[in-house]
Design a protein around this ligand. Sequence first.
Ligand code: HEC
Ligand code: HEC
Ligand code: HEC
Ligand code: HEC
Length: 333
Amino acid sequence: METPFLEYEESAHFKSISGVRAECSSCHLPENLAPKLVAKVDALRHVYGHLVGSLSTDEKYEESRLRMAERVWRTMEGNDSRECRSCHREEAFSFAQFDNHSAGLRMSKGLAEGKTCIDCHKGLVHKMPDRSSGYKKLLEQLLAESMDPDIQADKVYPLETVYSYSNKHGEVESRILAATKLTILANAGDWLKVRVDGWQQQDVDAMIYELQGKRIFAVALEKQARQKPVVHSTMLDPDTEQTWHKVSYETWVMSRGMVEEEAKLWNYGEKLHSASCGQCHMAIPAKNYLANQWIGVMKDMKRNVRHLSKEQYRFLRKYLQLNAKDVKGDDHS
Ligand code: HEC
Ligand code: HEC
Ligand code: HEC
Ligand code: HEC
């Protein structure tokens, strides 16, 4: 069982430019051993037995990783990250010298507000526990269901980004992003003629957004299709003084990969959100931010969710935006 050792050897706590090494026991001294009395080797044996016990294979280790990690997190939350502080002294940090200046500000502000090291520095030495099995299973299930194109509803939502076509078997004219509402105009078995209702900003004819003034992506139009959306009305946004057009756009999509019930989409979104964004802090409710603010927050958090595919990242962003503070339930459905 070498997993924790291999991960450790990749980390900055094993090899660093300063040549100072944090041993397993520098971070994992068991509570019941008086720190000064324990020899390092002894502590390692203890740490290992204490945390890992008799897990004999990598598979068993992965299965137990979350449970083991939660135990370590609880200990560190409970003792204000004592082990980290034995090397890193809070008062000795020079936040102004951080490579990333705004990160330094966030760290000093967080500490001042009572956060502790482990609140922000999980997964530092070891891989983060994988909580993706729940939402992955759900996505597979939804994809499997959507492969049977016997659509009864009068509207559908793509599960992932899909291409749209000028006609049945015609040329590609746009990409429609996941969770965009498509009103069905004609159902031709494998193909659907659909309408997207949305908004365009003056002079940004490549994009259709879901709602006025909110950058929630619905459709990205190829050059040859940019004249196709029909303008129904025009308004001046009082906040930004930008001109927006209410538009509708008719196009063809394949009927596979569609979900008929919006609730199923948001159930998936919720699971994706809590598994991907609930490890370091509680998953922050969509309602806490405005739709446009979620773009910036998701950019900030991108480095924390590197395990998400592009498609999952976009879906999550749209889930948060369409459930944001300034979006009403019936705006989209
Ligand atoms: C035995 C001393 C020691 C302990 C204990 C220790 N560190 Fe470190 N830490 C270091 C050293 C040395 C470096 C590398 C510094 C360098 O050369 O840049 C480092 C680097 C870091 C870095 C930057 C590199 C990276 O991987 O991002 C972070 C963040 C960090 N430590 C946080 C923590 C936290 C959180 C804890 C407690 C869970 C902790 N450290 C425990 C000594 C220690
Ligand atoms: C509010 C969140 C937060 C808290 C609390 C926090 N940090 Fe950080 N820390 C950060 C961020 C953000 C960075 C920037 C690293 C990055 O961008 O990934 C950072 C960077 C670091 C670095 C690397 C500095 C560098 O640029 O080389 C070390 C070391 C570190 N933290 C240790 C600690 C220790 C020890 C504690 C507890 C005393 C702690 N941090 C508490 C957010 C926090
Ligand atoms: C710089 C501090 C630090 C060092 C050094 C360190 N660990 Fe950890 N360890 C942690 C933290 C923090 C966690 C909680 C999970 C997380 O955030 O990655 C953890 C979690 C674990 C777990 C639970 C499973 C998991 O992957 O989360 C095991 C087992 C473990 N450590 C063993 C070891 C061993 C063995 C070594 C030496 C080879 C070691 N650790 C070195 C900080 C450290
Ligand atoms: C690896 C840990 C980690 C993960 C995973 C994570 N966050 Fe964070 N998040 C932080 C830390 C640390 C802070 C506070 C310090 C900072 O701003 O860097 C924070 C702050 C935030 C804030 C406060 C506002 C802000 O922009 O600073 C929001 C909102 C947020 N996270 C949302 C998310 C969302 C959404 C996800 C999933 C896509 C996510 N977080 C995943 C660590 C994480």
